[in-house]
Design a protein. Structure first.
Length: 378
């Protein structure tokens, strides 16, 4: 592939501030990548919660795909200068360079160059909501019947293969107290103090991690109260918690939202209750799965180890895992995601393209795909 030509196109995509609060730019980013694929494909468009997405395939009807290449085009907010791509040696700096517009555009190029001549059904899945949960993109498409046998999520990995990630529990702690004059504390019941004690109970059980550790973590993300007076005992307060847990944590893994609520209530002071707002299971792909091993071989052919990784953050692969579909994360290298020095490693661009090319070109069809279903192409 022509890396210089690719980088010029990547600059255009990286310049689009496609954050969740900018629906017009989400569409611009989606259309930019669709334009790079070209016209000789079927583009099935979806929308949910104001977030557009697309499924691209070479046939006229949707199949149960042998492979789906999944990529998200949304990014987290950043100052304007981070949407002006710049290169420094082998590093391409910009918001979304590592996470994950470069990998997304590469997947689109591989799809464009190979999809029509493969002996099986393949799709390119482009979404614009992964950074805000993924339910209006990948999960919405799955609810609309999209299915595949093997899914490659283009999240950054340096050509290693992510086969495991933690589950997510989003929790709101709600504290109810009694208002009183600040000079007469004994007449009130301070909701903030009870909330603070509850958070302390949880952090005593799950201390803030100061180094990487494959264990459950609890992050205090926000504390708020409707109290507006300095000399008033707060009657209400709430806190947001972000909990990430590995599959071997018996207190969370395999539990329902109701069971997790009951467990968290055990840490709560009287008057404080836990509300589970979101529950996502841990993601796991079998490292011995033939397609995983095939992708690993393709990475090794490019001089990379193709080692198996586990990640603390979650991606859209978890939605496929919940349906029993094998999904892994596999992307270019880089560092600094969501930060001011985010960059993609330019030296991994060509190897990533060729690894995907080899994987798709040598993959066995693994039997016939299911009967395609007609769709309305919009």
């Amino acid at each position: 592939m022509d890396v210089d030509s690719f980088l010029a196109q990547a600059d255009g995509l990286l310049a689009i501030p496609s954050t969740s609060d900018r629906p017009g730019d989400l569409r611009r980013a989606l259309d930019f990548v669709l334009d790079s694929v070209g016209p000789a494909v079927t583009v099935e468009r979806f929308e949910s919660g104001g977030k557009p997405s697309a499924l691209v395939y070479p046939a006229r009807t949707r199949a149960d795909f042998r492979v789906i290449l999944n990529a998200h085009l949304d990014v987290v907010p950043a100052p304007p200068e981070q949407f002006r791509p710049r290169r420094d040696g082998d590093r391409l700096f910009a918001r979304g360079a590592q996470d994950m517009k470069v990998s997304a555009l590469l997947a689109a190029h591989v799809f464009r160059d190979m999809a029509a001549r493969l002996p099986y059904a393949v799709a390119l899945q482009l979404v614009t909501d992964e950074e805000v949960g993924g339910r209006d993109g990948t999960w919405h498409q799955l609810q609309c019947g999209v299915r595949g046998q093997f899914v490659i999520i283009g999240e950054t990995s340096g050509l290693s293969i992510v086969t495991e990630s933690k589950g997510i529990v989003s929790v709101t702690l709600v504290s109810a107290g009694l208002s009183a004059h600040g000079a007469y504390q004994w007449l009130g019941d301070n909701a903030l103090v009870k909330l603070e004690t509850t958070v302390g109970n949880l952090l005593a059980r799950y201390p803030v991690a100061t180094e990487e550790a494959w264990r459950t973590t609890v992050t205090l993300a926000r504390v708020s109260t409707r109290n507006q007076a300095r000399n008033q005992v707060p009657a209400d307060a709430e806190a947001w918690l972000d909990i990430r847990y590995p599959a071997d944590d018996a207190d969370f893994s395999g539990k329902t939202a109701e069971e997790i609520t009951a467990y968290l209530d055990g840490f709560c002071e009287p008057g404080v209750t836990a509300v589970v707002d979101r529950l996502d299971l841990p993601h796991h792909a079998d490292p011995d799965h033939p397609d995983v091993l095939g992708l690993r071989h393709a990475a090794k052919s490019q001089g990379y180890s193709g080692e198996f990784l586990r990640k603390h953050g979650a991606g859209d692969g978890r939605f496929y895992g919940q349906l029993g579909i094998t999904a892994v994360a596999f992307g270019v290298g880089g560092s600094g995601q969501h930060g001011p020095q985010e960059y993609a490693d330019i030296t991994t661009i060509a190897p990533y393209y060729h690894a995907l090319e080899e994987f798709l070109g040598t993959l066995k069809p693994n039997g016939p795909t299911s009967q395609g279903r007609g769709v309305q192409v919009r």
